[in-house]
Design a protein around this ligand. Structure first.
Ligand code: GDP
Length: 516
């Protein structure tokens, strides 16, 4: 019978990437690690692994298994390995030449690389589809109960312990947090979970969440929630997703879709497993010994304690006493707590920590760096202030170059759009016309199309993806306009479809014709 790739990998005790390598070697096609493979293939894989293992034990004890260090001995050519095994001298030499590789485990040909880090996951989706409930369920079941009976403070992220290792969740659900962080140029999330209620299917904010994840190129996993409800219709959700060109695996695509219930907990274990699986394929790594860098998740001012900022460590290790620089401010870490409220002295990659020591609350999404001492921190800030002034001066002086206006010569150019309209009907009409506008040279990329007025989230998406917002029969509120102004994003409103289309034509031409 057929077996899923990741199940086989788990049963045979090799990692998923290794399994995919073997399949590639065999010329077996697959969509993802949850694709199934034939029994014959399974037998072949077992043989290959056995032969590799045999070749490994035949090699000198102090050298790495032959197959890990000798690239020409591909997993698909067990004969080659068998041939090299009886020549311990040659094998040893080959190993010595690739010194860093020799330290690796048989299944990881990438020993000199950095250690793995835990994935950081964000949960997005439509209001009331169960984002908060899902986070609560995971927190309740996967976070070690806090010692000493204190109330765990909400710090913007928490660490869940799963059978596959640590998974870090950003616990401000919704794409606003995600996009605010990204709008500052930082990327915190490695994986986006899109929650869709099984009784409601795709809703406007679901599409927005998907657009945001796609714009950030963050891999998505869909959690179909509320499957405990009698009116739940997960199949409809899958069909609706297909309409967005997101094809679930069971329909032959590569989108992982997991049915869950945040109420009963059904499927949550599977969801966590898929997160770990995706993380493994993403091959997330960071250097705990490297230079520190991180991102502010959120911050607040506590009446007694002062400024409390949650920092996500991305590289290096943060220690109490370190000087941190955020924007043009700095602070010395007086104390640190983990997301569980426990005092800690140091924190490595993929760890959210709450630090005490800033004098001003830093904004979420700001990048954090460290400095050796106060003097170095001040110097770094002085440098930044002068860089900023230079950049400002340059911006006012600079004339736009041809290439800036046209994009690189000879490449297909893309016009990014966000569409907002009053009804589904007008949206579809507009999209229908736009679909015919694409040419070989210019691609129209509608990042998001939605019903109703443009939101602040749209503006942030537009600013990170360099898009124009076009509205039909809806207008932006004053607040949204203000944000758009400060970010330099254009929001244009039209009452007649063909005027909107004319504008798109202008954008296309603007991208095509050199302007002198
Ligand atoms: P959010 O707005 O996406 O964060 O949604 P919430 O987590 O606040 O959930 C909205 C409502 O749906 C609440 O009344 C929840 O109790 C309910 N809910 C969430 N998940 C489930 C579920 O799996 N099954 C059922 N039956 N109700 C759920």
């Amino acid at each position: 019978s057929k077996v899923r790739i990741y199940t086989l990998a788990r049963d045979l005790g090799v990692d998923n990437n290794k399994m995919l390598e073997i399949l590639d070697g065999l010329g077996v096609s697959y969509k993802s690690v949850s694709s199934t493979i034939e029994e014959d293939t399974v037998e072949l894989i077992k043989q290959i692994l056995e032969e590799e293992a045999a070749a490994g034990t035949a090699a000198p004890a102090d050298s790495a298994p032959v197959q890990a260090s000798a690239p020409q001995a591909a997993p698909t050519q067990p004969e080659t390995q068998a041939a090299s095994a009886p020549q311990p001298q040659a094998a040893a030499t080959a190993t010595a030449e690739r010194e860093p590789v020799a330290a690796s485990a048989p299944a990881a040909p990438s020993a000199p690389e950095l250690p793995h880090r835990a994935p950081v996951v964000t949960i997005m989706g439509h209001v009331d589809h169960g984002k908060t409930s899902l986070l609560d369920y995971i927190r309740k079941t996967k976070v070690a109960a806090k010692e000493a009976g204190g109330i765990t403070q909400h710090v913007g992220a928490f660490e869940a312990r799963t059978s596959k290792g640590k998974v870090v969740f950003i616990d401000t659900p919704g794409h606003e947090a995600f996009t605010t962080i990204r709008a500052r140029g930082a990327n915190v999330a490695d994986i986006a979970i899109i929650v869709i209620a099984a009784d409601d299917s795709l809703m406007p904010q679901t599409r927005e969440a998907i657009a945001h994840a796609q714009a950030a190129k963050v891999p998505m996993i869909v959690a179909i929630n509320k499957i405990d409800l009698p009116q739940a219709d997960p199949e409809r959700v899958k069909t609706d997703l297909t309409q967005l060109n997101l094809v679930p695996e069971e329909y032959g695509g590569d989108l992982i879709v997991v049915p869950v219930s945040a109420r009963t907990g059904e499927g949550v274990e599977d969801l966590l497993e898929y997160i770990s699986l995706t993380a493994e394929l993403e091959d997330l790594r960071a250097d705990p010994k490297g230079e520190f860098s991180g991102v502010i998740i959120e911050s607040r001012v506590d009446r007694q304690a002062g400024v409390l900022a949650t920092v996500m460590v991305q590289e290096g290790t943060l220690r109490v006493g370190d000087f941190l620089v955020v924007g043009e401010n700095y602070g010395k870490i007086k104390a640190m707590t983990d997301s569980n409220g426990g005092r800690i002295k140091e924190a490595g990659p993929s760890t959210p920590v709450q630090v005490l020591g800033f004098s001003e609350a830093p904004a979420s999404g700001e990048k954090v760096f460290s400095a050796k001492n106060e003097h170095a921190a001040r110097e770094l800030i002085a440098q930044r202030v002068s860089d900023r002034r230079d950049a400002e001066a340059a911006r006012t002086q600079r004339r736009r170059t041809l290439e800036e206006m046209m994009g690189p010569i000879g490449e297909t150019r893309t016009v990014n759009l966000i569409l907002r309209a009053d009804t589904q009907g007008s949206l579809e009409a507009i999209q229908g016309i736009l679909a015919k506008k694409e040419t070989e040279d210019v691609k129209l990329n509608v990042l998001l199309s939605g019903i109703g007025s443009p939101t602040e989230g749209d503006v942030l998406l537009a600013s990170t993806a360099d898009a124009t917002i076009l509205c039909f029969s809806v207008t932006a509120s004053g607040g949204v306009k203000k944000v758009a102004d400060t970010k330099g994003i254009e929001i244009k409103t039209f009452r007649i479809i063909y005027e909107l289309i004319d504008e798109v034509d202008r954008l296309i031409k603007g991208n095509l014709e050199p302007v002198f």
